[in-house]
Design a protein around this ligand. Structure first.
Ligand code: GAP
Length: 450
């Protein structure tokens, strides 16, 4: 394993992503659009696999968690009730000359160096112009429903998927006959007009969240908060992230979101261009009864839960593990990236968990000019494609060594090679990306082997 310097690693990841079709700068033929990215053929597979792994763990492996897919644009009263219209903002400072906007905390923390001059004036770190006082900037994107662009038709793009869950709480409870504790899981796009997006896909204005709202008895909320912290940390570990690159970070009281009683972040040691830095992968919050209470009050609908054991109604507390798909994507890639030496050449290899790897298996005929061998390879390919839930690809171009390298670089865990012996005894070789061992396997047993 190599030790990569941080900026180097970020550059290598960005270049690999572009070259192999994980992530492209968006709108490139029109000169691009700052901090927007499109996920290419391999990127969409990795993204889908991350979401599948989350859904499997959170929904399929539990018997008291159900899924939901709520609308992105919902009644704007939801955001008034939730506190996002008044409270979801960052302090912003603008330069009066060049109009660049800065997050006030970045300027105060010295991210741009010294901005106060000797005579006490604040000056823009970019052009030296005068800076405005700090003001609150709401992060929600606004648009209009229908053709009339006035206040009565103003709506927001959701800044979190969570509210879609709270407003459906009663419906899900009734229709799926759940009893507390139970959870509702949702994956989907969220939008935030971030003042300073950046660090590749770490902070963008359009991103996907994987959120669980887990409804519990108020007296048991601390217990469940701990449970979900362990559960979520293990999810990253089980999918291959190295332990030393993960940590919990409890929030200080001053930094808690307006809805949270307490919150613990799962952080990853990212390699940004500026250096190694712990960054939030997901927040695990105890939201108390904040949301159900405020929606009960604003909607006038009773959102309490009737507990058959105690014969009482109460508002459940909510434990919320809320993860970002793109941040996980970046962490999985950074953690998996490796280079080693093979036959005197540097081999780039993504040691991604097979559950996440965009291509699960590559089928490779040893040579392409033997029709019988190619026909058998096509047959193996078709069989694997039909049985498998994942992407299986075929490659006959170039030497077998080069083809292995191409698959290593995108993290394909297994390469199946059809050679001359395959025609005689119906066996193929299965090459393992990490051990580089090749095992001969009967074609009929192949599917079970991988
Ligand atoms: N419902 C709670 C909530 O939204 P959050 O900590 O603001 O909490 C949860 O967001 C997760 O969503 C973050 O941990 C991060 O992974 C992801 N996320 C938030 N803002 C993001 C952004 N601008 N770009 C990419 N991911 C973001």
């Amino acid at each position: 394993m190599e030790d990569f310097s941080s900026s180097n690693l970020m550059d290598k990841i960005v270049s690999l992503c572009r070259r192999r079709g994980f992530i492209y700068p968006s709108s490139e033929i029109y000169g691009g659009l700052a901090n927007t990215w499109d996920f290419g053929p391999l990127g969409v597979e990795l993204k889908n696999n991350i979401k599948k792994a989350w859904w499997k763990k959170m929904v399929y492996e539990k018997d008291n968690i159900v899924g939901l897919d709520s609308n992105i644009i919902i009644n704007p009263q939801v955001w008034e009730a939730s506190g996002h219209v008044s409270g979801f903002s960052d302090p912003l400072i603008e330069c009066k000359s060049c109009h660049t906007r800065f997050r006030a905390d970045d300027l105060l923390e010295g991210k741009y160096g010294e901005v106060i001059t000797k005579d006490g004036h604040s000056q823009c770190p970019l052009c030296g112009g005068e800076l405005t006082e700090s003001k609150k900037f709401n992060l929600m994107f606004k648009t209009f429903l229908g053709p009339v662009e006035d206040a009565a038709h103003l709506v927001y793009l959701r800044p979190e998927t969570a509210q879609g869950i709270f407003i459906n709480f009663k419906q899900v409870l009734t229709s799926s006959r759940q009893k507390i504790p139970f959870g509702i899981a949702q994956i989907g796009k969220s939008f935030r007009n971030e003042i300073t997006p950046g660090n590749f896909i770490f902070r963008t204005r359009e991103f996907e969240q994987m959120e669980l709202e887990y409804f519990v008895k108020p007296s048991e909320s601390e217990k469940w908060h701990h449970f979900w912290q362990e559960e979520r940390l293990n999810w990253y570990l089980d999918l291959g992230i190295k332990k030393q690159n993960l940590r919990f970070r409890p929030h200080q009281k001053e930094e808690l979101a307006h809805y949270a009683l307490s919150c613990v972040d799962v952080e990853y040691l990212f390699s940004f261009k500026s250096g190694e830095q712990w960054g939030e992968l997901e927040g695990i919050a105890n939201r108390g009864d904040y949301d159900l209470k405020t929606h009960s009050q604003h909607s006038g609908k009773d959102l309490s839960y009737f507990d058959e054991e105690t014969n009482q109604n109460y508002l459940p507390f909510v434990i919320e593990p809320s993860a970002g798909v793109e941040r996980s994507f970046l962490a999985f890639l950074m953690d998996a990236y490796d280079e080693d030496e093979q036959d005197g050449e540097v081999r780039t290899v993504l040691r991604l968990s097979p559950a996440l790897a965009p291509v699960k298996v590559a089928v490779l005929p040893l040579v392409k000019n033997n029709p019988a061998l190619v026909a058998l390879a096509q047959q193996v390919l078709l069989d694997l494609k039909t049985k498998s839930q994942f992407l299986v690809v075929y490659d006959e171009v170039g030497s077998i060594g080069r083809r292995y390298r191409r698959q290593d670089e995108i993290g394909t865990p297994w390469c199946v090679t059809i050679d001359h012996q395959s025609l005689e005894d119906e066996t193929v070789t299965v090459r393992d990306r990490d051990s580089l061992k090749q095992e001969r396997v009967k074609i009929k047993d192949l599917y079970f082997k991988i």
